[in-house]
Every structure is written in structure tokens, then in C-alpha cells.
Design a protein around this ligand. Structure first.
Ligand SMILES: [Zn+2]
Length: 241
């Protein structure tokens, strides 16, 4: 059950109070998408994840909390640039501001996640080209250096595929395949490879990727059984094996 409440919050950065709609509870039953967007009711709460102070523009999950770094960020050119991005959707812009803050603080993974959330907002609004642009910007947040986390690389693979960046997505899929990852990662990489071959930029869940791969395993096992049976029948008793 998703519930909201109206609360008067005092901004951590400027000290002024404002009425805010605060997300109190939700659920995420079901499989997340391949880019970790949650299922269930949590899916539709994306626009309420971040609050914004109407006076100073501070953006946070709870604007009554923060730290010195968050306060200092409000004085940067990066904050001003993100605040002034020309998007009509306030939820997407809040994620952009937060992504800029994470990037400023050197947290590439968080910057990627916030930028990706802006793409989800655009997805919901059926702003396809905007969603693609946000996905490409999310990928940029991770930089060109090596990424150690498998989870982040799998999310990046989905981000690139959904942005129709086939070349980069295929290169990443090849790289992940060459690493010989086991379960639960390998079926996801294999699933992406099939979608990339079909130039499919659609949205799929982690469960769908695993289900289809399991289906293939079952089909393969069935084929091996048939083959063994076939070979057995061909073999005559007493013949060399
Ligand atoms: Zn404020």
C-alpha cells in the first residue's frame, strides 16, 4: 500500500519551512526491470522520491536533513546549471539536480542512478527521445574507466540497449560474456545478447530474462536426452563404444 502525508519541513540548507508531500510507505512486489526499476506500487512513486525546497532549491529525499557538503553544493555552478535545465517536468529536474550533486561529490554510481531515474520519469510521460537522452547521460556519469561492480555493469548494459546504443552495448555484452560469469548474471547477459541481436530496445524484467533462459536450458536438456536416446538406438549390442 502506498501512502503519502503532507508535512511542514524545515530546509536543512536555508532554514525556511515549506509544505511537502512525503511518501510514507509503499511496496515493490514483483520483479524489478533489468535496470533495477522496482515493480509494484513503488514503481509509480518515482516522482515523489525527492523533495525540493522552494526557497533555495535544495533537493533531497528529506530536505530537513543533510550535511555540509550538500549545503556547499548549492553555491556551485553545477547546482545552478542543473537547476536551470529546461525541463518542464519537476520530478525529472529534481533527479538531474541530485545527479549533479552526486557527480560533484565524486559518487559516479549515485550520479548514474539519479540520472537513470530521470529517464524513468520520461518513460512514464512517454517522452521517448528525452528518456533516451537521459539514459545516455546516465551512462556518461560512470566515466570511461573500468567498473568493478557486476550489478552496475549489467544495469549499464540495459541502459545502453534501451538507448539503442547497439555498438557500445554489444561491446559490453562481449566483455561480460568473456568473463564467464555464473548464475544469476550469465542468463541476464545471454538475454541481452539476444535482444541486441534483434535490435530490441524494449523494457524487460529480471524475472523475464531468467525465465526465458531457464526455458532454453530445459529445451537444451530435452534435446540432449533425445540425442542420447538416438545414439543408444544406433548402437548395436556388442559393438565398440
Ligand atoms: Zn531551502
Amino acid at each position: 500500500m502506498t501512502s503519502y502525508d503532507r508535512e511542514k519541513l524545515r530546509c536543512y540548507c536555508c532554514g525556511k519551512s515549506s509544505e511537502q508531500t512525503v511518501l510514507m510507505s509503499t511496496n515493490s512486489f514483483g520483479s524489478p526491470d533489468l535496470d533495477q526499476r522496482p515493480a509494484g506500487m513503488a514503481r509509480s512513486t518515482i516522482a515523489s522520491r525527492l523533495l525540493e525546497c522552494p526557497y533555495c532549491g535544495y533537493v533531497a529525499g528529506s530536505i530537513d536533513r543533510g550535511d555540509a557538503k550538500a549545503r556547499a553544493f548549492l553555491d556551485t555552478a553545477e547546482f545552478r546549471a542543473a537547476s536551470l535545465e529546461p525541463f518542464s517536468d519537476p520530478a525529472a529536474r529534481r533527479f538531474l539536480v541530485r545527479a549533479a550533486q552526486a557527480a560533484y561529490e565524486g559518487d559516479r554510481r549515485a550520479a548514474f542512478t539519479y540520472m537513470l531515474a530521470a529517464a524513468w520519469v520520461a518513460d512514464d510521460k512517454k517522452q521517448t527521445s528525452q528518456a533516451t537522452a537521459f539514459r545516455l547521460r546516465a551512462a556518461e556519469q560512470l566515466g570511461d574507466g573500468p567498473i568493478r561492480s557486476i550489478d552496475t555493469r549489467l544495469e549499464l548494459l540495459d541502459v545502453l540497449r534501451r538507448a539503442s546504443n547497439w555498438e557500445r552495448a554489444a561491446a559490453l555484452a562481449d566483455e561480460l560474456t568473456a568473463e564467464g560469469l555464473g548464475h544469476p548474471f550469465a542468463p541476464i547477459v545471454a538475454f541481452h545478447r539476444r535482444k541486441l541481436a534483434a535490435k530490441d530496445s524494449g523494457r524487460y524484467t529480471i524475472q523475464e530474462a531468467h525465465r526465458r533462459e531457464r526455458g532454453n536450458d530445459e529445451a537444451n536438456a530435452e534435446m540432449l536426452k533425445l540425442l542420447a536416446h538416438h545414439l543408444q538406438k544406433r548402437r548395436t549390442p556388442g559393438s565398440p563404444t
